[in-house]
Ligand binder design. Structure first.
Ligand SMILES: Cc1cc2nc3c(=O)[nH]c(=O)nc-3n(C[C@H](O)[C@H](O)[C@H](O)COP(=O)(O)OP(=O)(O)OC[C@H]3O[C@@H](n4cnc5c(N)ncnc54)[C@H](O)[C@@H]3O)c2cc1C
Length: 491
C-alpha cells in the first residue's frame, strides 16, 4: 500500500482512518543524524525512532520517505530546511509523546500549526517538527458565545464555523494563517479595534509543557500561564486546544479596497493620518504602499467597518476625499469575503520582513518612506501600516503578556522574490526601508520577529513584561526546549 502524500494542509489530504497504516512504514531503519538543542550534531538511534513512531497515532516522517519534501515546506519558502523528523500529531497524546521524545533526545524542536511563521521558526534543520495541522477540531457554543479549537485550525475554518451562528473571534487578515500561532503572539485584524486582540479573547488553553505534563491555563487554573500565553508566543509549551470568547459579527460588513495613484501619496497619507487618529473603533484600515500589476506603485486602503451598515458610508466618506481615487471598491461585503480578501496577494513564496510599532503616523514618517519608495523600483516590495488602537489600547500593558498597547500602527516593510537569486537585492531593499522607519519605532510585534534575535530586540517585543515572562519560562521550560520563537530565556 502506498502512503498518500500530504503536502501543505494535512486536513484535506489525510483522513483519520488512514493514520494507523503509517506505522507499517519504515518500522525498521538506520540511525539518523540530527541536530541537538545546542546546535551540535547528534545521532538518533533507529530503535528510539521506532519506539517513538509506535507511540504516535499520527504519521512520523523522515527524509527520503514519501511526502517528506512537501511536509517540510512552510508558507515562507525562503526557509528550505530539512528536519530529521516530522511528527504529524493526531491529538494531545501524540503531542506529549513528541515533546517527551524531543526532550529526552535533546533534539532541536520546532512547533508548527498553520506554517505562517515569517521568520521560518516552525521548521528547523536537522531537528524535529511537532506538526499540528491534523488537529483541526472546532466546537462553537452559540449560547455561551465560546469557541474551542484545536491548534491546526486556520482562520478561514474558524470564521466559517463561527459565522454559522453570526459570531466571530477577532483574528488576522489572511485566512490561511494558523489561529493558534497568531493568537499566542497577539493577533491583530479586522475586529480587534472593536473587540481586542485575538489573545485578549483567549479564555482558556490546554498545553503540553516541556516536561510532558498536560496543563490547563485559565483564570481559575494556572492564571499566570494564561497571562503568559496572551502574547508570549510559543515559549511555554505546545498548545493543544484554545477557547475563545466570540462576538456578534457579520454576516454583512462594509469594506473593500480604495486605491490612490502613488503620485498623490504624500497628500493622501497626510490626510489619512489626521482622519485615522480619531476614527471609530469599528473601523479598521490596513494601508499598503504596494506595486500594482502595471509595475507602478499605488496607495491601497483595505477598509473594514464592523458597525451598523447604515452608518458606513458616512464613516468612510473622508477616506474617499483624500485625493482622486483610481479605484473605489468600498461597499457592503460579507465578513468572510473581507477575511479572504488578503489571500490572493499573499501566496506562499520567498519573503523577508522588517517592521515595528509606531505611536502615531506623522508626515515625517510617511514622507521619509515615500522618498525611499520613489527612489527604488516598484516591484521590490510593500510597505504596510496595520492599524491598532481602540479596544487594544484599553487593556493595561501588564494585564496580558502582550505589551505594546499604545501603538497606533505596526509599520512593516515586506519584500518577496521568485527565485533564490533575488534574495540579496530584496533583503537589501527591506533593510533600506527599515532604516527610514527605525527612528519612529517604539517596540516590535512578537509574530513578526525572528529575523533579528538580538537580546535588545527580543526584550523590545515584551517591554516591561519581560522579567515576569522569564520567570514563567523558568517554571515551565527551564531547559528552553521551545526556543524557536521570539525566545525568552529562562530567568
Ligand atoms: C500571509 C500572512 C499574513 C499574516 N497576517 C497577520 C495578521 O493579519 N495579523 C497578525 O496578527 N499576524 C499576521 N501574520 C503573522 C502570524 O500571526 C504569525 O506568523 C503566526 O505565528 C502564524 O501562525 P501559524 O500557526 O500559521 O504559524 P506557524 O509557522 O505554524 O507557527 C509560528 C510559531 O507560532 C508558535 N506556535 C504555533 N502553533 C503553536 C502551538 N500550538 N503551540 C505553541 N506554539 C505554537 C511557534 O513558536 C511557531 O514557531 C501573518 C503572517 C503571514 C505569513
Amino acid at each position: 500500500m502506498k502512503r498518500r502524500a500530504f503536502i501543505g494542509s494535512g486536513l484535506t489530504a489525510f483522513t483519520a482512518a488512514s493514520l494507523p497504516y503509517t506505522r507499517l512504514f519504515a518500522a525498521t531503519g538506520s540511525d539518523l543524524p540530527a541536530i541537538g538543542l545546542d546546535g551540535k550534531p547528534l545521532t538518533l538511534k533507529a530503535t528510539d525512532i521506532g519506539d517513538f513512531r509506535a507511540r504516535l497515532r499520527g504519521p512520523l516522517l523522515m527524509a527520503g520517505e514519501e511526502g517528506y519534501d512537501g511536509a517540510r515546506l512552510i508558507w515562507n519558502r525562503a526557509f528550505d530546511r530539512k528536519p530529521a523528523l516530522i511528527a504529524h500529531c493526531a491529538g494531545a497524546a501524540d503531542v506529549t509523546a513528541a515533546v517527551n521524545f524531543a526532550r529526552t533526545q535533546g533534539l532541536l524542536t520546532a512547533v508548527r500549526g498553520g506554517g505562517h511563521s515569517l521568520s521560518g521558526q516552525s521548521v528547523c534543520e536537522g531537528g524535529l517538527i511537532i506538526d499540528l495541522s491534523l488537529m483541526g477540531g472546532i466546537r462553537i457554543d452559540p449560547l455561551a458565545r465560546r469557541a474551542r479549537i484545536e491548534p491546526g485550525v486556520r482562520l478561514a475554518q474558524f470564521d466559517r464555523e463561527a459565522q454559522a451562528f453570526g459570531l466571530a473571534a477577532p483574528l488576522g487578515t489572511v485566512s490561511d494563517t494558523g489561529a493558534a500561532g497568531l493568537t499566542l503572539g497577539g493577533g491583530f485584524g479586522r475586529l480587534c479595534r472593536k473587540h481586542g486582540l485575538a489573545c485578549d479573547n483567549l479564555v482558556s488553553v490546554d498545553l503540553v509543557t516541556a516536561d510532558g505534563r498536560f496543563v490547563k491555563a485559565s483564570e481559575k487554573d494556572n492564571p499566570d500561564l494564561l497571562w503568559a500565553l496572551q502574547g508570549g508566543g510559543g515559549n511555554f509549551g505546545v498548545v493543544t486546544s484554545l477557547e475563545y470568547r466570540l462576538h456578534k459579527a457579520g454576516p454583512m460588513m462594509f469594506g473593500g479596497a480604495l486605491v490612490y495613484p502613488f503620485a498623490q501619496a504624500r497628500d493622501v497619507l497626510r490626510g489619512f493620518a489626521d482622519f485615522i487618529a480619531t476614527a471609530p473603533d469599528e473601523l479598521f484600515v490596513f494601508t499598503f504602499l504596494a506595486p500594482a500589476p502595471d509595475h507602478q506603485r499605488v496607495v491601497v486602503f483595505d477598509v473594514s467597518y464592523c458597525g451598523p451598515l447604515a452608518a458606513a458610508e458616512q464613516v468612510v466618506a473622508p477616506l474617499r476625499k483624500l485625493g482622486k481615487p483610481a479605484k473605489d471598491g468600498l461597499g457592503p461585503t460579507p465578513y468572510v469575503e473581507l477575511q479572504r480578501s488578503g489571500d490572493a496577494g499573499n501566496p506562499p513564496g520567498r519573503y523577508y520582513i522588517k517592521g515595528g510599532y509606531v505611536r502615531h503616523i506623522t508626515p515625517e514618517l510617511t514622507n521619509s518612506l515615500v522618498d525611499y519608495l520613489e527612489s527604488s523600483p516598484a516591484d521590490n516590495g510593500v510597505v504596510a501600516f496595520a492599524q491598532f488602537g481602540g479596544a487594544i489600547t484599553r487593556v493595561k500593558p501588564e494585564a496580558t503578556a502582550y505589551w505594546h498597547r499604545e501603538a497606533s500602527h505596526e509599520v512593516i516593510a515586506l519584500g518577496f522574490w521568485g527565485d533564490a537569486g533575488g534574495a540579496e537585492p530584496t533583503t537589501q531593499w527591506v533593510r533600506g526601508a527599515f532604516k527610514k522607519l527605525e527612528p519612529f519605532i517604539d517596540g516590535y510585534y512578537v509574530n513578526h520577529g525572528g529575523f533579528d534575535e538580538s537580546e535588545r530586540r527580543i526584550r523590545a517585543n515584551y517591554g516591561a513584561n519581560y522579567a515576569r515572562l522569564a520567570a514563567l519560562k523558568k517554571r515551565y521550560d527551564p531547559g528552553n526546549l521551545f526556543r524557536l520563537n521570539a525566545n525568552i530565556k529562562p530567568a
